[in-house]
Design a protein around this ligand. Structure first.
Ligand SMILES: Nc1nc2c(ncn2[C@@H]2O[C@H](COP(=O)(O)OP(=O)(O)OP(=O)(O)O)[C@@H](O)[C@H]2O)c(=O)[nH]1
Ligand SMILES: [Mg+2]
Length: 295
């Protein structure tokens, strides 16, 4: 089963409508489409935007033309972005990985680290989640799997200090990619968000010739709640890109569309399973085609 089969199933109604084509934008067609988009978690705001656009553009269009119009409207909702794995394969990066508890941060670091290592980059993991000893061990396990060293302190240590040591080690070993894990936190917890800002300040101060990339990890099964989460993380820290995990486990892929559209932050990676190879660059054409057009 392809990872997006389940997603496609969740969007079956939308797909069926699109396949059938619209003879005209009659109010029944629009109503059906609205329900289909909402039930696949596209979210009210983005759904309304798509319907409005379709109505405006639809005048004089052929039956097949309307499906194409919808597809283009959906594609245009995604801010353009280049392949992130290609981008990380050039130059030196510090990737700061943040998100709520259990969203898939550590797993994402493990998978992405492996991909970049396989491309011949030198990678270093930094155990900035000092909240639990188990979190440090978990990152070490991923490090062993991928053959990537880990810089760590002990449980309870200041995550800013771990980040400092990680970057220092990376500079002295001429490492290409530094990936900093952080403890999961609710975007509503003031102190914990302040702690993240502190880590980021350390990274900015110490970066020298590294580029910084702040990656927000979002669990696809969070649905529309993820939008508010992402907004608050972005306000506090500035997010460069979003990794959406657990897309293999949800039938509601529409949330990816509303995240891209409402936040204008590029979705750059998708997690499609728990294994080390279950991560891909996000490609909007591929995604939209898989969801709505291919069978
Ligand atoms: N099916 C599936 N499971 C995933 C994916 N990514 C992560 N998981 C699982 O989600 C759970 C949480 O993943 P972690 O990487 O530990 O999440 P985290 O954000 O580091 O969690 P905290 O550090 O506790 O905040 C684990 O059981 C992972 O195996 C994915 O793409 N698909
Ligand atoms: Mg973790």
């Amino acid at each position: 089963m392809r990872w997006f089969d389940r997603l496609s199933q969740g969007l079956e109604k939308t797909r069926a409508l699109i396949k059938r084509g619209f003879s005209s934008i009659s109010s029944e067609d629009l109503e059906e489409l609205e329900i289909a988009l909402l039930s696949s978690d596209v979210g009210p705001k983005t759904t309304e935007l798509l319907l409005e656009e379709l109505k405006t553009k639809a005048k004089g269009s052929s039956r097949d033309g309307l499906s194409g119009l919808l597809k283009n409207s959906i594609l245009e909702l995604f801010p353009p972005s280049s392949d992130i794995i290609d981008r990380f394969s050039q130059g030196k990066w510090i990737i700061l990985v943040i998100g709520v508890n259990g969203s898939g941060k550590t797993t994402t670091i493990g998978k992405l680290g492996k991909i970049l290592k396989d491309r011949g980059k030198s990678v270093l993991f930094v155990a900035g989640d000092t909240f639990r000893a188990a979190a440090i061990e978990q990152l070490e396990i991923w490090g062993e799997r991928a053959g990537i060293p880990v810089v760590k302190h002990r449980e309870g240590a200041d995550p800013g200090a771990v980040a400092f040591d990680g970057i220092k080690a990376a500079k002295s070993r001429d490492i290409d990619i530094v990936m900093i894990d952080t403890a999961g936190r609710l975007h509503t917890k003031y102190n914990l968000m302040e702690e993240l800002k502190k880590i980021k300040r350390v990274v900015e101060r110490e970066k020298e010739n590294y580029e910084i990339y702040t990656l927000l990890v979002i669990d696809a099964t969070m649905g529309q709640n993820a939008i508010n989460q992402a907004r608050m993380f972005n306000d506090a820290l500035g997010i460069d890109g979003i990794a959406i995990t657990k897309l293999d486990g949800t039938a509601k892929g529409g949330m990816v569309i509303s995240i891209a559209s409402e936040l204008k932050i590029p979705v750059v990676l998708v997690g499609v399973g728990e294994g080390i190879d279950d991560m891909q660059s996000f490609n909007r054409e591929e995604f939209v085609n898989a969801l709505f057009w291919e069978s």
